[in-house]
Design a protein around this ligand. Structure first.
Ligand SMILES: Cc1cc2nc3c(=O)[nH]c(=O)nc-3n(C[C@H](O)[C@H](O)[C@H](O)COP(=O)(O)OP(=O)(O)OC[C@H]3O[C@@H](n4cnc5c(N)ncnc54)[C@H](O)[C@@H]3O)c2cc1C
Length: 402
């Protein structure tokens, strides 16, 4: 029996599902990826990839395509809300400082471009579009995924890479699903030329103020922004997006630096996006099913780590599955959880804490936060220098495949 005979079904063809497929392929395991949408590619928003995931994608042979599709911000800059003064800054692309320190770049790119890089490498042969998983059925010698179109697929293991509202998670655990965080975001992509008054448009910047913050970074001649505000207290919609009243976004940022208002009003106001967070799950796997990415540990986006942690999960799970034979999936899942749970918990927790810090009113707490930000390298190093494939990253040395 060879390792390639392990039958892996991946539910979800997003960032996690495609990365997992590619990482398994490197180990000689062919997965089948099932995606509910009929075409891949999320539009209307961007994502940043930091060194901890870029170095893993590099090992999958994707670095050149990724860098072609991305922009490296000049630096990270934190600012207050009323004026354009800098609170703290750390160089990224400028002088290659970040690459030298962390061994890989920090990149910003359109989500659709990331999907293209991943799906281009994955190809179409083992990608099944328009297949929405609705149930898992345990069998004596495997597991069966049932789809909304009445079809089904048998596998040895099923990976739930189906995002924040995961169907596979409800099969794995009865623990509480992600909950609305009480904060929501508006997104937009604006030509740089439309905001001539914006200081340092080539930087990744966070503007912090009472009850709100604004993140923006460049992506090929455009600026991608995410404006996060406190509220509404309860989420008004059964889905993750809801319409906001006209002018609501601008009203939240009234009195902030005029350059920001120009940025926020340069495009029509987007829908409001609920930001979800997950209490750490005790159970990531059950029988033959296991979770990765947002399905396992949805987190607030304030460290920009949801996708990055998902990529770490995918690569580590592939490594763990590559060391077992059919029927030994419980061992692989155990090793995977050992290597991923503590790490993702810390990032989840820190992202939650950061939410409140970014929205502090002026006062002593905001002053203390600003002082801590002066050592920006320390703030990011524990996340970005982590190499999820190094035994030292998780204190466990895995046995070589036998
Ligand atoms: C506003 C915002 C900004 C963010 N910015 C960043 C950032 O800068 N950096 C970062 O690292 N992270 C960021 N994130 C987080 C990041 O987007 C997620 O953590 C990441 O996409 C998770 O990947 P995933 O593969 O687990 O899920 P997803 O990317 O959501 O993919 C899940 C896939 O599963 C499919 N699917 C769902 N249900 C089924 C089903 N039943 N059957 C078949 N297919 C199914 C979906 O269609 C989708 O394609 C941000 C999130 C938000 C909300």
């Amino acid at each position: 029996m060879t390792y390639g005979e392990l039958r892996v079904a991946v539910v979800g063809g997003g960032i996690g599902g495609l990365t997992l497929g590619l990482a398994l392929r490197r180990h000689g395991i062919t997965a089948e990826v099932f995606e509910r949408t009929t075409a891949l590619g999320e539009v209307g928003a961007a994502v940043t990839l930091t060194a901890n995931s870029v170095r893993l994608l590099d090992r999958l042979g994707l670095r050149r395509d990724l860098e072609k599709a991305s922009v490296e911000p000049s630096e990270v800059v934190y600012r207050g809300w009323r004026d354009d003064g800098r609170i703290a800054a750390y160089p990224i692309g400028r002088g290659d400082a970040y690459r030298h320190r962390f061994g890989a770049p920090w990149l910003g790119l359109h989500r659709a471009a990331l999907q293209q890089v991943l799906s281009g490498a994955w190809g179409t042969e083992h990608l099944h579009l328009g297949r929405e998983a609705v149930a898992l059925v345990g069998r004596a010698d495997g597991v069966c995924v049932e789809f909304a179109d009445g079809s089904h697929h048998d596998a040895d293991v099923v990976v739930g890479a189906d995002g924040v509202h995961s169907v596979v998670r409800s099969w794995v655990t009865e623990e509480q699903p992600p909950r609305y965080s009480g904060t929501s975001g508006f997104r937009g992509i604006v030509p740089i030329s439309a905001v001539p008054s914006l200081p340092d448009p080539d930087a990744l910047q966070l503007w912090m103020g009472p009850g709100a913050h604004l993140l923006h970074y460049p992506i090929h001649g455009m600026i991608n922004f995410l404006a996060v505000v406190d509220g509404p207290t309860t989420w008004p919609s059964p889905t993750g997006t809801a319409q906001a009243d006209p002018g609501e976004l601008a009203a939240h940022f009234a009195g902030w630096s005029p350059a920001l208002l120009t940025l926020l009003t340069a495009v029509p106001q987007s829908d409001r996006w609920a930001l979800f967070t997950q209490l750490p799950l005790q159970t990531w796997s059950q029988d033959r099913a296991v979770l990765i990415g947002d399905a396992a540990h949805a987190m607030l986006p304030h460290h920009g780590q949801g996708a990055n942690q998902t990529i770490e999960d995918a690569v580590v799970l592939a490594d763990c599955l590559a060391t077992i034979r059919r029927g030994q999936h419980a061992t692989a899942f155990h090793r995977y959880e050992l290597r991923r749970r503590a790490r993702t918990r810390l990032v989840q927790r820190s992202s939650l804490d950061k939410s409140a810090l970014l929205h502090l009113p002026d006062g002593p707490e905001a002053t203390a936060r600003n002082t801590a930000l002066l050592d920006l390298e320390k703030q990011v190093a524990w996340i970005h220098e982590h190499d999820a494939q190094q035994p030292s990253a998780h204190g466990e040395r895995l046995p070589a495949p036998s």
